[in-house]
Design a protein around this ligand. Sequence first.
Ligand SMILES: Nc1nc2c(ncn2[C@@H]2O[C@H](COP(=O)(O)OP(=O)(O)OP(=O)(O)O)[C@@H](O)[C@H]2O)c(=O)[nH]1
Ligand SMILES: [Mg+2]
Length: 259
Amino acid sequence: MSILWQARFYTTVNHLRNLPDLTVPELAFAGRSNAGKSTAINILCNQKKLAFASKTPGRTQHINYFSIGGAHVGQHRKDPTIVEEIRALLVDLPGYGYAEVAGSAKNHWNELLGSYVRNRDQLSALVLIMDARRPFTDLDKQMLEWFAPTGRPVHCILAKADKLNRNDATNALRLTRSVLASYVDQDGKPFPYTAQLFSALKRTGLEEADAKIQQLLGLDVLPADVLSELQVDYQPDADDAFDPAYDADTDIAADRSAP
Ligand SMILES: Nc1nc2c(ncn2[C@@H]2O[C@H](COP(=O)(O)OP(=O)(O)OP(=O)(O)O)[C@@H](O)[C@H]2O)c(=O)[nH]1
Ligand SMILES: [Mg+2]
């Protein structure tokens, strides 16, 4: 069982001014419309209808937030989420590149998405979901360009890998990694960018994605309050101090010869 299975719907936002004021780390799923963002969230969180997935592109039109922590797996959905116990937020972003969206709505989305990924302090990492058959469309590159100045990690998920044969899937992954490697900072150091293949249909790449997301959100370590409880309150006294004249061999020999 993954901690992501605890995910619950938290809020939906249509304007940046309404973004939640929690300070916990956020991880956002970005990608073209129909790439498989909502489906990936559902399968990672082991819930059929957490995020709306649909055959109709442009289904996710607002920024949807899901909380991790603050509720248990199997808790009734009418039981309130304990906000103070939320440890992280997953964010399902509206897809971009959907041709049939009217001009003004398209501008609204682009502005919303651009400002969000560039300016959201809590945004610890981006999961960029791309159709494995056509990674790195211009809009995907635009997304990376927006986010790159933050220096924060990006994990690319090549979704719908079931639509490719093994050879083509391997090539898509290789191509993706080489594009990612071309992003370097002023000192020539590569950005923390990673990639993997994924299929919601076949459930391939699920464990890898789950582990990566937990790591990016710091959920793979115990929370600070649990850690501090586990810590033994150890204060070395003077006798414990290291004595440079101490010779372990002599000590052991003396010990052995003792009656
Ligand atoms: N074969 C296959 N189909 C998938 C996979 N992932 C998603 N799909 C299908 O792709 C379609 C779009 O999936 P969504 O998850 O709604 O896509 P989205 O990125 O959230 O789209 P928007 O909300 O429009 O931005 C649905 O019909 C899914 O069933 C996959 O791994 N394999
Ligand atoms: Mg969606």
